[in-house]
Design a protein around this ligand. Structure first.
Ligand SMILES: Cc1cc2nc3c(=O)[nH]c(=O)nc-3n(C[C@H](O)[C@H](O)[C@H](O)COP(=O)(O)OP(=O)(O)OC[C@H]3O[C@@H](n4cnc5c(N)ncnc54)[C@H](O)[C@@H]3O)c2cc1C
Ligand SMILES: NC(=O)c1ccc[n+]([C@@H]2O[C@H](COP(=O)([O-])OP(=O)(O)OC[C@H]3O[C@@H](n4cnc5c(N)ncnc54)[C@H](OP(=O)(O)O)[C@@H]3O)[C@@H](O)[C@H]2O)c1
Length: 282
């Protein structure tokens, strides 16, 4: 008699596929606090460049119930709407419930991705203008990594100015590399015309490590140094549109500066001159 395969035992030992599972296709680490990854895209998922979704992993087994619950967090989609895959740019919080684990994902692993995109950092929430500003700190760069690869950004505006403020130089790498790759992107050049990349003005600054440009962007706006450096007129409500994504204090300070310059906050339901979203809670 041939040996029987212990079917039941083998089945129950298998880890169940995650709900809304997507497979990780690439992981890149930048610093001990930052990494990016790409994963498969659900075939039915439609989103607007700049939106965010909930992603995560299964949480630990609850010793009382023996059950696991998904551990989900909001994440800006860093890839543009036309991309076949999804990209995310993430913090690593050493004692963070999700990112203490997420930082260890590898190609072939599964993550959970709830296919319900939302958010205010979308072109639909702005009225037409000439210049668009993307103001980011830290991982707040993520939605702009999407919008900088979105053809509509270059169709709608003559100038695209991205400011990114981080504590240290290494924290600028993801953004710097991305802008370099956009400048050499043949597909975007074919779609938008050879010179589309000349519309991009990149203005990275650091606050706690020496770099070519130091200081908080808010201070550089107040002093006028930002406009002097870029050789452009200060903010004005006729031509300028803006999107803000950073920590709460940064968002509030920048909102005040934009309001002082005469810009009004917009929303999906009521487009206006600027929009804002938190890069993380608290
Ligand atoms: C609309 C929205 C979009 C977001 N998009 C992103 C994104 O694209 N990339 C990303 O890394 N995070 C993003 N976040 C934050 C994200 O939801 C989680 O907070 C983060 O992944 C950490 O999860 P955690 O469970 O490890 O720790 P949490 O318990 O969620 O956070 C622990 C602490 O870490 C700090 N922290 C959390 N997130 C960040 C961050 N991104 N940068 C610096 N400090 C942080 C905060 O002080 C927080 O209290 C977003 C949050 C919101 C509200
Ligand atoms: N980045 C790190 O190396 C590091 C290391 C360990 C722990 N953490 C913790 O992680 C959390 C997030 O840190 P983070 O560096 O990712 O993000 P962050 O504290 O939001 O800082 C990101 C950048 O935004 C600037 N900024 C902060 N508030 C601003 C405001 N109101 N107006 C203008 N610019 C402003 C910061 O300048 P300033 O430097 O002037 O504040 C910094 O250059 C913090 O709680 C921090 O204590 C960070």
């Amino acid at each position: 008699m041939t040996e029987q395969t212990p079917v039941t035992e083998e089945k129950s030992a298998k880890v169940p596929a995650l709900p809304d599972a997507q497979t990780v296709t690439e992981v890149k680490h930048y610093t001990d606090r930052l990494f990016s990854f790409r994963c498969t895209r659900p075939s039915t998922l439609r989103f607007r460049s700049g939106e965010f979704v909930m992603i995560g992993l299964m949480g630990d087994v609850n010793p009382k119930t023996g059950k696991q619950k998904p551990l989900l967090r909001a994440y800006s989609i860093a890839s543009p709407a036309w991309d076949d895959e999804m990209e995310f740019y993430s913090i690593k919080v050493q004692d963070g419930p999700l990112t203490s684990k997420l930082q260890h994902i590898k190609v072939g692993d599964e993550i959970i991705l709830r296919p319900k995109p939302v958010g205010t950092l979308v072109h639909d929430a702005l009225i037409p203008g000439k210049r668009i500003w993307f103001f980011a700190t830290g991982t707040g760069f993520a939605p702009f990594a999407s919008l900088l690869r979105e053809p509509q950004t270059y169709e709608d505006y003559d100038e695209v100015i991205i400011t990114h403020t981080c504590r240290e130089v290494g924290e600028l790498t993801y953004g710097r590399d991305l802008i370099e790759s956009i400048r050499n992107d043949e597909m975007l050049a074919e779609l938008m015309g050879e010179d589309f990349h000349k519309k991009i003005r990149y203005y990275p600054t650091t606050t706690r490590e020496e770099s070519a440009k130091m200081g908080r962007i808010t201070d550089l706006i107040r002093s006028g140094e930002l406009f002097e450096d870029l050789e452009i007129d200060p903010l004005n409500p006729e031509s300028d549109r803006a999107m803000i994504c950073g920590n709460l204090a940064f968002n509030l300070e920048l909102k005040e500066l934009l309001e002082d310059a005469g810009l009004e906050e917009g929303a999906n339901s009521k487009p206006a001159q600027y929009v804002v979203e938190k890069a993380f809670l608290d």
